[in-house]
Design a protein around this ligand. Sequence first.
Ligand SMILES: [Zn+2]
Length: 259
Amino acid sequence: MFIVEPIACLRDNYAYWLTCSETGVSALVDPSEADPVLASASAHGRTPSFVLCTHHHLDHVGGIPGIAARFSDIKVIGSSYDKGRIDGQTETVTDGDQFTVGGISVEVMLVPGHTLGAIAFVARAGGKTAVFTGDTMFLAGCGRLFEGTPADMHKSLQRIVALPADTQIYCGHEYTADNLRFAASLEPSNEAITRAIAKTADIRSRGLPTVPHSVTEERAINPFVRVQFAELRHNLALGAEASDVEVLGAAREAKDNFR
Ligand SMILES: [Zn+2]
């Protein structure tokens, strides 16, 4: 089995511990900054063996030099596309590559869109699946298209939601409340979104993270994976004839301008 624990970093970033419960072997996902991660390592008595980088942006990899200075044997795994873009990267991986963190099997999924080198890490052990999506998929949202196209993002999101229904999704930022406000503007009659807004407000009022959601939850609320639905299309001024990619592009543009 495995345990996943978020570490709050910067303003609204999450780094994560991914730890094998049998062996105690740990990986750190997306360490934005070193200080909170090193403090958490001391508090939990953990020695990370790996850093898993979803993409090269500084608010995901900025902590690596400080962490590598403390744990010198650490392997830093990032996309082959990001070679030269991640300070401290020691290993390059690409779509379909697999490795283990103790007894956890980890598979690399190339998910371009937010960046072209973006990868998701799919962790499996004891019949459980979790996916670390970085800034490609957020709870109830997706990342901005800095390098990729709407077609890239559509394909990437569809790959993520094709994982088993109970897969737990861990993303790079706490954007859930804002994302749900946007989702509700596109699908005001979607009751799953209304319920998610109430649940999110309750969780945030207690200062807790909203991660994770399951694939099933995201399929019910995330506008960027719900591009086929009529109400959402109608509110983007698109009809049944528009392609799913066109709808995703229009939704992303609307979100970029949503206040
Ligand atoms: Zn990013």
